[in-house]
Design a protein around this ligand. Structure first.
Ligand code: ZN
Ligand code: ZN
Length: 487
């Protein structure tokens, strides 16, 4: 067992270790943490990585998967998703969202607390874990509310929430606006060693804005959200993070100046990490031209200059991770006028294809660096198992087909929602197989090289079989389930 795995505090809790062996033959293994980029075989046994090496022999009952022409990477981790359960199960559920995650190559997702009710109690954290265990798709780690009801005034019981399984705290959806409250939260977060994730927005500066304040907003006659709305909060919080020594994490960083502030704070040794979304890396404010509500998100799509700076900051490592801010919304709600449509788009099922097509193939970031920002880095920041393929590590693995050309078809999404500005876009590169705890949890093709049926295939059939694994729930999760059901 590697030391890194011991360091992972939040082991995936939701299922019993799988038995049996999977042998992934002939793939190109890209494991940034181990510095491996080579054609090797990978043996997974009883839910763990058992062996990495050349020409491994298949044992008697092993399932052998031919990965020639594919790229084998540690399972991708999305540190920022909205699963809408409880409260808006018509838009997404923990079951549908964690299945959509698998289809995007994600073996773990971190669920934001702005549900109804808000995830601000041990019972609410337990409910998410229990629902994820019942679904049996990707691992789901709850992020709990930093203040009661995410109302911004009274600090939540951070210790209790962490004890129940929360891996970070945030009031995402809205900022922790009060500097005194933020200081206290940062101080307490140190005791429990969890990052404080901030949605950086000064609501007084946003003042009802609906898109980036600039040339396009002026032309469209829409109220703008200035870049300063984000930057003043980043600047303030970096000072508070330095004061308290806490780990501060910037959610969905979107402007050039925010990236400069983070880079400067990192140089001074402030414990700050930052994430950027795929859409802020590939779209500009121009996407909202024509009042397209699919391009309405918060923070808004920024200027071309900002996008260029974000791409550079991601390649340089100033921006530590890519996270999608997957935000499902009902069709009717996105159909409203621009001013009244909700903010947010889906992210899970398009993230890798977009980033591979627009950044890797364009020479803006190397594949290993992109994988680093989508697996080892989020594992490190949030103290999660996974993020590497060391022997003894949890067998969460994504197999990518980098040559696969495909068209984004929102109707085919496994998410319950369809709100994406990327419908019809041609992409190159896609998850081909997603392995969770040593079991094939999802795959793109029905490949005869794979002996058994996976738990879920890339079709509606996968959805129907989705509840078939309820028997795998371990007793601690069942206890949480009872707790959750009693609410
Ligand atoms: Zn946010
Ligand atoms: Zn969010």
């Amino acid at each position: 067992m590697s030391g890194r795995r011991d360091a992972a505090r939040a082991a995936p809790p939701q299922r019993a270790a799988s038995r049996g062996e999977l042998l992934l033959k002939g793939g190109r293994i890209v494991d940034p943490r181990a510095g491996i980029d080579a054609r090797l075989d990978l043996r997974l046994e009883d839910g763990c990585v058992a062996e990495v090496g050349e020409r491994l022999a298949a044992r008697e009952h092993a399932r052998v998967i031919d990965c020639s022409g594919k790229v084998v990477v540690p399972g991708l981790i999305d540190a920022h998703v909205h699963l809408r359960e409880p409260g808006r199960e018509d838009e997404e559920t923990i079951e549908s969202g964690s299945l959509a995650a698998l289809a995007g190559g994600f073996t773990s997702v971190l669920a934001m607390p702005n549900t109804d009710p808000v995830t601000d109690s041990q019972a609410a954290v337990g409910f998410i874990r229990a629902q994820a265990a019942r679904a049996g798709h990707a691992h789901v780690y709850p992020i709990a509310a930093a203040t009661r009801g995410s109302l911004g005034s009274e600090m939540s019981e951070i210790g209790d929430l962490v004890a129940a399984g929360a891996v970070a705290i945030t009031d995402d959806g809205r900022p922790i606006a009060d500097a005194g409250v933020m200081r206290r939260i940062l101080e307490y977060s140190r005791i429990f060693d969890v990052p404080v994730v901030q949605h950086c927005e000064d609501l007084a500066l946003t003042d009802g804005g609906v898109m980036h304040e600039g040339r396009i907003s002026t032309r469209l006659g829409l109220k703008g959200i200035p870049a300063a709305s984000e930057e003043v909060v980043v600047a303030r919080d970096l000072i508070l993070a330095e004061l308290t020594g806490a780990h501060y994490h910037v959610a969905h960083l979107s402007t050039a100046r925010s990236a400069e502030l983070v880079a400067e704070a990192k140089r001074r040794g402030v414990r700050v990490t930052a994430e950027v979304t795929p859409h802020h890396l590939v779209l500009t404010e121009e996407a909202a031209d024509g009042y397209d509500t699919q391009a309405k998100m918060n923070p808004p799509l920024r200027s071309g200059r900002d996008v260029e700076a974000l791409r550079e900051a991601l390649a340089a490592g100033t921006l530590d991770i890519v996270a999608t801010d997957h935000a499902p919304h009902h069709y009717d709600e996105k159909e409203r006028e621009f001013d009244f449509a909700p903010f947010g788009i889906l992210g899970l099922e398009t993230a890798f294809g977009l980033l591979h097509t627009e950044l890797v193939l364009a020479g803006r970031i190397g594949l290993a660096d992109l994988i680093e920002r989508m697996s080892p880095a989020p594992a490190r920041i949030f103290h999660l198992a996974g993020g590497g393929l060391e022997v003894g590590q949890v067998a969460d693995v994504t197999v990518l087909d980098l040559e696969r050309e495909w068209t984004v078809e929102p109707e085919a999404f496994l998410s319950k929602s369809r709100n994406t500005p990327f419908g019809g876009r041609q992409l190159v590169g896609r998850a081909w197989m997603t392995i969770v705890d040593g079991q094939v949890a999802w795959r793109l093709d029905r490949d005869p090289a794979v002996a058994d049926e996976p738990r879920h295939a890339a079709s509606a059939a996968g959805r129907r079989s989705a509840t078939a694994r309820q028997g795998k729930v371990r007793s601690p999760a069942s206890a949480h389930a009872r707790e959750g059901a009693a609410r």
